[in-house]
Design a protein around this ligand. Structure first.
Ligand code: AMP
Ligand code: MG
Length: 487
């Protein structure tokens, strides 16, 4: 592994240069006493960054945005967004900065970005800050998602600032250093479209195509091909969320990437009991972003992206609409395809089986889980035992074990492969009660529960002695779980 020494560390400023209308040069607020709480050593290797250097005072100041290499242009990015359905033309990075782009060990361009680095011109009424708990939540959940094979932005480090931050109570401040294949969002396109400057919009689309979908330039209609590629990426992403039981919680258009990576872990959580109506976010009163609504919301957000791209798709607006609508209609089929393939694997079934039959089998199972209020993750893991011939532990999960028999017989007849299932149905997910426990302890200065949790969720498929409590649902005393946004 080659590691870039501090002196040769370079950050490019592609976005700042190519899209200056959407980038306000800015720097992080001074931090008197930065301390690394958690540093992602595996990710430093991917980025060819030296972890020892990141822990020096020069490195720490990079991680909070007060020291950037020569030639870098940190910026606050402008974007718009539909938040719970209502359009805000000017959101942007109110407490975040794009430090710049780096080239990773594999030659790919990755954004280095900070969250909680101080007020920017987009801060509106906000203080520009972040606190330890929510930044560590993003770190833990993004690590879990990556380990589960779900495309996601990555967390490089959470650095405590030593600064007290006023929330409901006074809490310790922190900055998250985030790495992403880009921070282009549906809301970025909405912002460019709102300016009415079609050339800016085209430059943004060209930038996105060159970073994420270069094959689109080969198409006869490259901006339509670009839109189709985003539809494909998002349909695959949301299918993966559904398969692992992930609830994003705040799928506003500013929180949906063009790359197809999960972004902005705010009020997110994993399902325990299987119920499509599950909502964890305290501000989602109407259940707009409930677990079961996520595919429909993704499609809704993609329709907003399509609207912005119409002037690039065809000069004739009617023709552009017709083409965009047709592409958008591809979402449902691609989503279902990805979901059925995922369920086939979770159920350990062979590739050649009839897809409609797999879908029916999976839907029937989910109905059973919902009716019997069973834990989604541990139920699927228990099925491996049933595939190996011992169905008793699975049956006993049901209040009346005989409820499961018809379904188990149908499934067993298809000869499920337990080894396939063990490689895809996790033992360890970031259980809500354990996340809360780890964040509360870290906020009080004890990082040990966080480290154990990270250890569990970064080896999701491996049952290990000592990690038993990471493999089971919350005890009933934990009660109904709520998460809080934007803190
Ligand atoms: P989020 O809910 O984190 O996706 O943020 C939505 C918008 O609110 C973005 O424009 C953020 O930059 C902004 N925002 C969230 N929290 C703060 C804060 N503490 N200070 C300034 N802006 C914020
Ligand atoms: Mg956001």
């Amino acid at each position: 592994m080659s590691v870039t020494p501090a002196t040769t560390f370079r950050l490019d400023n592609q976005f700042a240069r190519q899209l200056s209308e959407m980038a306000i040069p800015w720097t992080g607020e001074a931090v008197s006493d930065p301390r690394v709480l958690v540093l992602n050593e595996a990710l430093t290797a991917e980025l060819a960054l030296d972890p020892a250097w990141l822990r020096t005072s020069e490195g720490l100041n990079l991680l909070v945005g007060t020291n950037v290499p020569d030639g870098a242009t940190p910026v606050a990015q402008a974007y718009s967004g539909h938040q719970f359905g209502g359009f805000s033309p000017r959101l942007g990075d109110g407490r975040a900065l794009l430090l710049g782009e780096l080239t990773d060990a594999g030659g790919a361009t990755r954004d280095l970005h900070l969250k909680g680095s101080g007020r920017t011109p987009f801060a509106r009424g906000g203080d520009g800050l972040a606190v330890i708990g929510p930044m560590l939540r993003e770190y833990v959940v993004s690590q879990a998602m990556h380990a589960l094979g779900v495309p996601t932005t990555r967390s490089l480090a959470v650095t405590a600032t030593g600064r007290p931050v006023q929330r409901e109570t006074v809490l310790p401040g922190a900055v998250l250093a985030r790495v992403a294949s880009s921070h282009l969002r549906v809301g970025s396109f909405q912002y460019a479209a709102t300016t009415g400057d079609t050339e800016l919009l085209r430059r943004l689309a060209d930038h996105a195509i060159s970073r994420h979908y270069p094959a689109a330039t080969q198409a006869e209609r490259q901006y339509l091909a670009f839109f189709e590629a985003v539809v494909t990426a998002q349909s695959a992403l949301v299918a993966q969320w559904m398969l692992v039981g992930f609830v994003h919680g705040v799928m506003n258009t500013d929180n949906m990437t063009i790359s197809g990576e999960t972004i902005d872990y705010g009020p997110c959580a994993f399902l325990d009991v299987y119920d499509p109506a599950t909502v964890y976010s305290s501000i989602d009163h109407g259940g707009r972003y409930a677990y079961g609504n996520q595919p429909a919301i993704a499609e809704w957000n993609l329709a907003r992206l399509a609207e912005t791209l119409l002037p690039l798709i065809d000069d004739d607006q009617d023709k552009a609409v017709e083409l965009a609508v047709k592409a958008l209609h591809g979402f449902a089929g691609q989503y279902e395809n990805a979901w059925v393939s995922g369920m086939r694997a979770k159920l350990g079934l062979a590739d050649g089986l009839d897809r409609a039959a797999i879908k029916e089998l999976a839907d029937d199972l989910l109905d059973l889980l919902q009716a019997n209020r069973l834990d989604y993750t541990s139920f699927f893991r228990s099925l491996s035992g049933a595939a190996r011939g011992d169905a008793e532990p699975t049956r006993r999960l049901f209040p009346d074990p005989t409820t499961a028999d018809t379904w188990l017989a149908r499934w067993t007849a298809l000869e499920p492969q337990a080894d396939l299932m063990d490689a895809i149905n996790p033992v360890h997910i970031p259980r809500n009660h354990l996340v809360e426990e780890a964040l509360a302890a870290a906020t009080d200065g004890d990082l040990a529960p966080l480290e154990r949790l990270l250890d569990a969720v970064t080896s999701p498929y491996e049952e290990r002695p000592g990690l038993e409590r990471y493999a089971v649902a919350a005890p009933p005393e934990f009660g109904a779980y709520q998460t809080f946004c934007g803190t």
